[in-house]
Design a protein around this ligand. Structure first.
Ligand SMILES: Cc1ncc(COP(=O)(O)O)c(C=O)c1O
Length: 368
């Protein structure tokens, strides 16, 4: 049975009724004067959330499609990518990078550590000809937050492009791309932006374009050079190359309006407070958070199982007895930790309280 569960997984998230209502409107054409105005307004709202005055491309597909478009569009002859990975989604970046260019350099950092500036500096010094670096901001597989502003600073000083996977952070964690010097930032519709799954979002800073122009990016669909070209040549009626997923786009539009109605900084603070409260509760119940607060992502809270109640048992019993879905650990945390999504509507005191009540029942502290 698919329906009837409360989603506390790290995305996709449950949608607000206003978002669902927006998605159930009749389909309209994805072109013409009215759509183009609506599309451009939506991109302006996304620019505010990304913190950029550059370009934003909403590509029908999942977050990985957007990552592939972003990475593919800055590689080509004479270019070389460095991926710093400390988790499952860092490995995703590595796989995409290697599929585009087999000479992509991958540096692995233990999953229990954030990517450090020393590792980045060392890799750039040891590996000749790196022109772009890619990292994950919030590593959703473990709940670790990488210090992207510090990494961006190093890339900026060395004139190397800096790409960030902010799929599970944008809209819930601070990541102002222009202020931090991020050249390309990738997100997806289904997490902190409170939209449905189905759109990958790529933001490209103004300063980045001159540095990637002329790259012979492969392919057509997942190619930002093609998206940019259509934004110009079809600007007045269809400023993108393909049919947009209209209901998904409209749902996302309502989601991002909700983000901005709340206020980005208030929202970031709410996610922070909610993650903090959740970690405190889990610690009190004997489920040690995987990371201390200084390293932890506010949008994915991961905790170890107890000696008497394993991480997988928490996941299974929340599902069977409380109809709440949380996620299992991934990669090296498989079986050892469980993960709770703290994004959008999940990051509300009443939501975390009811989850904590259910976990208390699971461990037998309350009779339910
Ligand atoms: C940090 C991160 N990167 C990449 C992805 C892949 O996104 P998608 O499954 O939308 O392709 C996810 C999905 O959970 C993610 O959390």
């Amino acid at each position: 049975m698919l329906d009837g569960y409360h989603l506390m997984i790290p995305g996709p998230v449950e949608l607000h009724p206003e978002v669902l209502a927006e998605m159930s409107r009749p389909v309209v054409p994805h072109y013409g004067e009215d759509w183009t105005a609506y599309y451009n307004e939506t991109l302006d709202l996304l620019r505010v959330i990304f913190g950029t005055d550059g370009d934003v491309y909403p590509i029908p597909g999942s977050g990985s499609a957007a990552l592939e478009a972003a990475m593919g569009s800055c590689l080509g002859e004479g270019r070389r990518l460095l991926v710093l990975s400390n988790g499952f989604f860092g490995e995703r970046l590595a796989s995409i990078g290697l599929s585009i260019d087999p000479y992509t350099v991958v540096r692995r950092i233990p999953i229990s550590e954030p990517i450090g500036t020393d590792e980045l500096t060392e890799a750039l010094e040891q590996e000749p000809g790196i022109t772009a670096v890619a990292v994950v901001h919030s590593e959703s597989s473990s709940g670790l937050l990488n210090p992207v502003s510090e990494l961006a600073e190093i890339c900026r000083k060395r004139g190397v492009l800096f790409l960030v996977d902010a799929i599970s952070s944008l809209g819930g964690v601070e990541i102002p791309m222009d202020a931090w010097g991020i050249d390309i930032c990738v997100c997806a519709s289904q997490k902190c932006l409170e939209g449905p799954p189905g759109l990958g979002l790529v933001a490209v800073a103004r300063e980045a374009w001159p540095r990637i122009e002329g790259t012979k990016a492969r392919g057509w669909y997942l190619n930002l050079h093609v998206w940019r070209e259509y934004a110009e040549i079809w600007a007045d009626w269809h400023p993108f190359p393909v049919t947009l997923a209209v209901p998904v786009f409209r749902g996302l539009r309502r989601g991002i309006e909700r983000v901005l109605e709340e206020g980005l900084s208030q929202r970031i603070e709410r996610h922070h407070q909610s993650a903090h409260a959740l970690r405190e509760h889990l610690s009190e119940l004997g489920f040690a958070p995987v990371f201390p607060e200084s390293m932890a992502s506010p949008t994915v809270v991961a905790a170890h199982g107890r000696a008497d109640v394993s991480a997988d048992e928490v996941v299974d019993r929340l599902k069977a007895e409380h109809r709440i879905l949380v996620a299992r650990g991934m990669g090296e945390f498989k079986g050892a930790a469980f993960r709770i999504g703290n994004m959008g509507l999940q990051a509300m005191p009443e939501t975390t309280d009811s989850l904590v009540r259910a976990i208390r029942c699971v461990v037998g502290m309350d009779s339910c």
